[in-house]
Design a protein around this ligand. Structure first.
Ligand code: OAD
Length: 269
């Protein structure tokens, strides 16, 4: 199918859908300056998953390689702290003017909400929330507070003794308080999904007519089940990604380029 034909068909599906789900991953925030996980410059190509994407791995990193842990967390936190929604987030928010839209995101950067999306399910939690052992939210940090942590980590990794300085830098976000352990409200490998976001997301995906999969490799379970479940329940599946796509239609390109184009084709013609 020609690219213009694909856009026209996807636009037609979007126009006629009663319920739309937009399922997003790191690629939707790439144009906001946040690296993805598995692209050439992605986090997991620079930092091994077993050391940096599990709580046990992170505890080990603090004990054995605090400077590298501080480098990793600075690399993650600074871009998120500096990020602003891009044209893709804004187009997804604008879609609400035309359809019943639910955003289901694996991202923890809060950019969909900042762009104006009102129904957002963060199935991997939020980097801004600080939670206790049971997952209860104790505090929600601002982008400025996250930037301060990133900068404190950057300083800590160059001054000895490194480990206590890194622990101190992390104190607003992770540590041991009067009521026990507290940590960021994000889902790492081996964790249960964020609730009630996940249960709601699964139910909503199974009831939608059209699912837009944007900027995700859709390799991490169980989140990657959502497009398959939606399709199995009869939804049209449109993928937007520069590298590869699955589903009924693949719109090849960056989210910030393709989504505004798709909205124009669907609702301005
Ligand atoms: P990945 O890094 O696995 O995939 C990013 C996808 O975005 C790839 O398919 C890229 O081709 C695409 N991409 C890159 N730039 C883009 C752009 N400008 N516009 C659109 N697409 C673009 O990231 P995720 O699929 O989000 O979970 O990863 C899923 C989960 O793996 C994350 O939530 C995180 C990670 O480990 C946990 O840590 C549990």
């Amino acid at each position: 199918m020609q690219e213009s034909e694909s856009i026209a068909r996807a636009a037609q599906w979007l126009r006629s859908a009663r319920r739309v789900v937009v399922f997003t991953g790191a690629g939707v925030s790439a144009d906001s300056g946040i690296p993805t996980f598995r692209d050439a410059d992605g986090f997991w190509t620079r930092y091994p998953v077993d050391e940096f994407a599990t709580w046990r791995g992170l505890e080990g990193a603090l004990a054995r390689q605090p400077a590298r842990l501080a480098e990793f967390l600075h690399a993650v936190l600074r871009p998120v702290a500096m990020a602003q929604p891009n044209a893709a987030h804004r187009a997804i928010a604008a879609l609400e003017q035309h359809a019943n839209v639910t955003v289901i995101t694996q991202n923890v950067d809060r950019l969909h909400q900042e762009a104006g999306s009102t129904a957002v399910h963060e199935v991997h939690g939020s980097l801004f929330d600080v939670v206790d052992r049971r997952g209860q939210v104790l505090d929600t940090l601002s982008r400025a507070a996250i930037l301060r942590i990133a900068e404190d980590l950057q300083r800590a990794r160059h001054r000895r003794p490194i480990r206590p300085r890194v622990a101190l830098a992390l104190r607003p976000w992770a540590g041991i308080g009067p009521d026990g352990l507290y940590r960021p409200g994000i889902v790492l490998f081996g964790d249960a999904m964020a609730e009630p976001a996940w249960t709601d997301a699964l139910a909503i995906a199974c009831r939608c007519d059209c699912l837009l999969q944007v900027g995700t490799s859709a390799t991490v379970m169980p989140a990657a089940m959502l497009p398959r479940e939606a399709k199995g329940a009869g939804a049209k599946l449109i993928t937007i990604d520069p590298q590869g796509g699955s589903g009924d239609i693949w719109l090849r390109g960056t989210a910030a380029d393709v989504l505004p184009q798709l909205l124009r084709a669907a609702f301005e013609s």
